[in-house]
Design a binder for this molecule. Structure first.
Ligand SMILES: CC(C)(COP(=O)(O)OP(=O)(O)OC[C@H]1O[C@@H](n2cnc3c(N)ncnc32)[C@H](O)[C@@H]1OP(=O)(O)O)[C@@H](O)C(=O)NCCC(=O)NCCS
Length: 213
C-alpha cells in the first residue's frame, strides 16, 4: 500500500534498496518459528522491519490500525529469538465483496530466498480464506521483481496498473488472488492451464492489465 492509502486505512507496500546486501545466514527451515501477532511487544519488531525495507513511511497509527483490528492476520518469523520477517494484513467488505488485503510483507536480506515470505503470506491468506474472504488484494511496485514473482507463484494476477502510486513516483500493480467459489484450492499446486478463470474475471471487471503475475 502507499502512505496515502495507509492513512486512510485502505491499502499496501513497496520496496527499498537502501540497506546493503548482507551475508546469508546458515540455517535450517525448521529453525524458523512463525507466530501470529501476540500483542504490543510485537509492534516495535514489525515497525523496525517495515521501516527498514519498504519505501513508504508509515505512522504508528497505521501499524496499530492493522494489528489491533486484525491481529489474527499478522504473522512474524523468528530465528533464534530475532524477528526476521513479518506480514501485516486486514480484511473487510469492499464493493459487495469480503476481501483480504496484504498491507506489508518483509523478510530481511540474509534470510531471503528460502520461502519465509511465502510461508508468512500463506498463513495470512489461509486465515482470510477460513474467514470467508472471496479475494485477496495488494499493491506492489512495478519494479519489484521479487514480490511480483512471489505473488505470481501463489496465483495472484495483475488486475490494474496504478500510475505514480507511491511517494517515490513509481507505478504499482494491483494484484488479486481470487478464491474459486466452490473450492478453496489456493493452497493446491497451480494448474498452468487454468488461466480461463482469471480471464473471466478480468473481462467482468474491465481491468486495465491482463498479464498474469
Ligand atoms: C519480497 C520478499 C518479501 C521476498 O521474501 P523471500 O523470503 O525471499 O521470498 P521467498 O523465499 O518466499 O520467495 C518465494 C518466491 O518468490 C520469488 N522471489 C522472491 N524473491 C525474489 C527475487 N529477488 N527475484 C526473483 N524472484 C524472487 C521466487 O519466485 C521465489 O521462488 P523460488 O524460491 O522458487 O525462486 C523480500 O525480498 C523482501 O522483504 N523485499 C523487500 C520488501 C518487499 O519488497 N516487500 C513486498 C512488497 S509488495
Amino acid at each position: 500500500m502507499n502512505s496515502e492509502a495507509a492513512e486512510e486505512g485502505t491499502m499496501i507496500t513497496s520496496t527499498s534498496a537502501s540497506a546493503s546486501e548482507s551475508e546469508k545466514v546458515d540455517f535450517s527451515s525448521s529453525e524458523i518459528e512463525y507466530v501470529s501477532y501476540g500483542g504490543e511487544h510485537h509492534l516495535p519488531l514489525i515497525m523496525r522491519l517495515v521501516d527498514e525495507e519498504l519505501s513508504e513511511p508509515y505512522s504508528i497509527f497505521t501499524y496499530r490500525y492493522f494489528v489491533y483490528l486484525w491481529p489474527q492476520l499478522s504473522f512474524l518469523a523468528f530465528h533464534r529469538g530475532t524477528c526476521i520477517g513479518t506480514v501485516v494484513c486486514k480484511m473487510g467488505e469492499h464493493r459487495n465483496t469480503f476481501r483480504g488485503y496484504i498491507a506489508m510483507l518483509v523478510v530481511i536480506k540474509p534470510y531471503r530466498g528460502r520461502g519465509i515470505a511465502t510461508e508468512l503470506v500463506t498463513r495470512s491468506i489461509q486465515v482470510m480464506m477460513e474467514s470467508g474472504c472471496q479475494e485477496v488484494t495488494l499493491e506492489a511496485e512495478v519494479t519489484n521483481k521479487g514480490a511480483l514473482a512471489l505473488y505470481g507463484r501463489l496465483g495472484f494476477i495483475r488486475a490494474k496498473r496504478l500510475f505514480r502510486y507511491y511517494l517515490n513516483g513509481v507505478d504499482a500493480f494491483r494484484l488479486k488472488l481470487l478464491f474459486p467459489p466452490l473450492q478453496n484450492s489456493f493452497l493446491l499446486p497451480m494448474n498452468k492451464n487454468d488461466g480461463h478463470y482469471h480471464q473471466d474475471y478480468l473481462q467482468q471487471e474491465g481491468c486495465s492489465e491482463s498479464h498474469h503475475g
